[in-house]
Design a protein around this ligand. Structure first.
Ligand code: MD3
Ligand code: FE
Length: 223
């Protein structure tokens, strides 16, 4: 099944490398369990570097609510929310400066994951960093602020496990629940790209490297 990125959906249920397993979530979505294990020390120090320049912050929704998830970005553009709406901006509104560069270990992991899922030439221009503390959640939503829904989205989960809600193309469609754990990478493309999704409130738990927190990296092609 060729896709427009020139790749082919892999049909074989083989491990992608030692300690990593693929699980299909239906057409276009695949979980690469543990793909980021072995990269997590580099990822975590790169995250520290990024957020020391562009601090994690609680943005405001267009409806005027403070988001429980704290966010930052790196790469050419970053996802921003305030009273005037959601958008991608090349500058951090806190500092007025461009977002920090995307670390090489981020882009290479995102590209490797996309290739594993059959999307060659995925070149993300945005990486959103989401930090969850106990109780933080992301309500059911679609990602539709990007220009090209043909590009996939890659997400990397670190720290405390979370329950991911995966719905359909309509808000009212039935949702399935799926745990996302430290080191899991998910690729969402094709027919899965506009499915509703969310994260249930984070449970009190502890991870050796991240304490009570969960961090998610979401790689997108926004422009
Ligand atoms: C399914 N983040 O930032 S990543 C988001 O764990 C977001 O922080 C969640 O949803 C998190 O917008 C989930 C997984 C994800 C990202 C994009 C998707 C799942 C998706 C786009 C379409 C379908
Ligand atoms: Fe999302």
């Amino acid at each position: 099944m060729p896709n427009e990125y020139g790749g082919t959906m892999r049909l074989f249920d083989d491990p992608v490398d030692a300690g990593s397993k693929r699980e299909s979530l239906g057409a276009g979505a695949v979980v690469l369990r543990g793909l980021a294990i072995g990269h997590t020390e580099r990822l975590l120090s790169a995250i520290d570097q990024v957020v020391s320049n562009a601090p994690l912050r609680h943005q405001t929704t267009p409806g005027g609510f403070r988001m429980s998830v704290a966010m930052s970005n790196c790469g050419p553009v970053g996802w921003v929310s305030d009273e005037s709406g959601y958008r991608y901006d090349s500058n951090d509104p806190l500092s007025g400066d461009p977002w920090p560069d995307m670390p090489d270990c981020f882009s290479s992991l995102a590209q490797d994951a996309a290739v594993e899922a059959g999307f060659v030439r995925f070149e993300p221009d945005a990486c959103l960093i989401n930090r969850y503390e106990p109780g933080a959640k992301l309500s059911l939503h679609q990602d539709r602020d990007e220009r090209d829904f043909g590009a996939p989205i890659v997400s990397v989960s670190l720290g405390v496990p979370a329950t991911f809600l995966f719905g359909g193309l309509k808000r009212s469609d039935r949702q399935r629940r799926l745990p996302l754990r430290h080191g899991d990478v998910v690729v969402w493309g094709g027919p899965a790209r506009l499915r509703y999704h969310g994260i249930l409130p984070l449970k009190e738990d502890r991870h050796p490297a991240l304490g009570k927190r969960r961090i998610n990296l979401t790689f997108r092609k926004a422009r």
